[in-house]
Design a protein around this ligand. Structure first.
Ligand code: 4NP
Length: 161
């Protein structure tokens, strides 16, 4: 059995890069730190859209994360062609983002582009977009990225997949 590589890079991608993917980035980074594995990961997030470039995550998403002890401090950016070369894992928050990423991605890198919730222990699907909904949506996003991020961490560090 081969061991996990020394360093892995992970890019979480949603539509606006102000709700779901910054939450996944922050929660995954927190997990990796707590596991003592920070030096072994590069973690970022991006959006397929460019409406919120340079902005902090949505204040409702930041507040919900802060209540769990996680500060979300990334600035929104759009996914680039270079990302498909630079990152080992490009994880889409929903099926339409996944399709859009595959459309933009050079065919040689298609294998890096995965649906985030494919490893959700509670089953696959979309991370629901909380942007136009109520406060429960932000809690649901955090629950999903917490349990699913943990599953990715296990997969990436144990080289199971
Ligand atoms: P996200 O949510 O993709 O989870 O960051 C959205 C945020 C903003 C917009 C869409 C989705 N928007 O259209 O501005």
């Amino acid at each position: 059995m081969s061991s996990a590589p020394e360093r892995q890079s992970v890019l979480f991608v949603c539509l606006g890069n102000i709700c779901r993917s910054p939450a996944a980035e922050g929660v995954f980074r927190d997990l990796v730190h707590r596991e003592g594995a920070a030096a072994r990961f590069v973690i970022e997030s991006a959006g397929t859209g460019g409406w919120h470039l340079g902005e902090l995550p949505d204040s409702r998403m930041r507040a919900a994360a802060a209540r769990r002890g996680i500060q979300l401090e990334s600035r929104a950016r759009q996914v680039t062609l270079e990302d498909f070369r630079a990152f080992d894992h490009v994880l889409a928050m929903d099926a339409s983002v996944h399709q859009e990423l595959l459309r933009r991605c050079p065919p040689t890198s298609h294998g890096k582009v995965r649906l985030f919730r494919d490893l959700d222990p509670e089953g696959p699907g979309d991370v629901p977009d909380p942007y136009y909904g109520g406060p429960d949506g932000f809690e649901e996003v955090l629950d999903i990225v917490d349990r699913t991020g943990r599953a990715w961490f296990v997969a990436m560090t144990e080289r199971k997949r």
